[in-house]
Design a binder for this molecule. Sequence first.
Ligand SMILES: Nc1nc2c(ncn2[C@@H]2O[C@H](COP(=O)(O)OP(=O)(O)OP(=O)(O)O)[C@@H](O)[C@H]2O)c(=O)[nH]1
Ligand SMILES: [Mg+2]
Length: 386
Amino acid sequence: MIPYHLQVLLTNVQDIEKVTIKQLIESDVKIIKGIGNKYAKVLHRKGIKKVKDLAESESQEINLPEKLVTKWIVAARIITNSQKVRRTGKIIFSGLSQAGKTSIVYVLKSIVEPPTVTTGVKQDFIKFAGHNIQISDMGGQKRFQEIYLAAPDLYFERTKLVFYVIDIQNKEKTDDSLEYLQRLLAIYRYLQEKPFISIFLHKFDPDLSYDLKYDIPPIKEKIENIFSHYVEFQHNFFYTSIYNPPSIYVGIASTLSEIFPVMSILDVLLKDFAELHGFDGLLIMDSTGMLIGQFIRGEQDSLVEETYSVFKEAKNAEKNPFNNIVLRKNIADPPGGEIVVQQIFLPHNDGYIFYWRKENTEIDLLEYMLSEITKTLNPWLYNLLS
Ligand SMILES: Nc1nc2c(ncn2[C@@H]2O[C@H](COP(=O)(O)OP(=O)(O)OP(=O)(O)O)[C@@H](O)[C@H]2O)c(=O)[nH]1
Ligand SMILES: [Mg+2]
């Protein structure tokens, strides 16, 4: 029996009760909703005959409107992936001792007690978009570094992503930290692995002194210099502090979205919906405050921060039983705008959609639009996140 959340991606398949997922994967592409006979012919000519062929295609290969093709490919991937166990490579937190790695993991898990020194590698889970994602928190004391570097295959093989945490307040240790980073990159090169490296310039506290801020650009420059010798590694930077939890959520969520393409697909879908319904921004968070998808028109970084403060209010607000709107709020930055928050149900927990408009909207119209959007968006969210 095909589960309902897959059925909504399909045209009316005959005898759906008797079909297995295995058979779907081997079926003609035209079982996917929206393809139909006409487009199926175009795909067939490209050698894309079965659902499994489509799952392996890229939208650029196909000479049809990209928005359409992306949705079909996602649907095909959802169907084929539903048979597989999700196996990603390792996600590692690395950096010197006392850099703040375990503290970051604690923020993500809402653990309030202070961490103790991590001895060796601690396996843990963080929640992202409803998934439990396994991470390895690698204790950074010198004696452990030596153990890891002596058995690189054991510790570093199949790494997908490294969060490298640098304490920007401890200037004496900066050079040590950059050296350790370089040793890691050398090991990955040796192992012929290319993990994505996300650098957390950490302890960037809200009350950070001017002097310390002044010292950050040179650190960044040194890191860029290291990467110029290791050009095969993609990397990004975030300024993070446990005293500003959104800074941590944003760093983790943006990086994971780059790693798991499904998440970028969600961003593309949000963009479509926002444009279709005239919103200037659409963001989705799960109930823990993890940002799982976003589209924001133009350069509006302040909006993500603003959304987090609205998020806290939304969690405490009572919802309207008819359309699950929990909050409407004028926002200060950018001025004149409004955020509407609607509660939604994600596969593994609840979440919220934040609709942002530069101008206020009439309430009736808004309620109509929101119910239209959630109706269409729901199956996609369900599939992408389950
Ligand atoms: N000011 C400030 N202190 C922080 C921040 N994050 C962590 N700390 C402090 O830094 C110290 C070390 O934090 P840990 O998370 O244990 O460091 P670690 O990187 O896990 O260290 P090892 O387990 O030895 O590798 C603790 O005293 C934390 O309270 C931050 O953002 N700002
Ligand atoms: Mg630790």
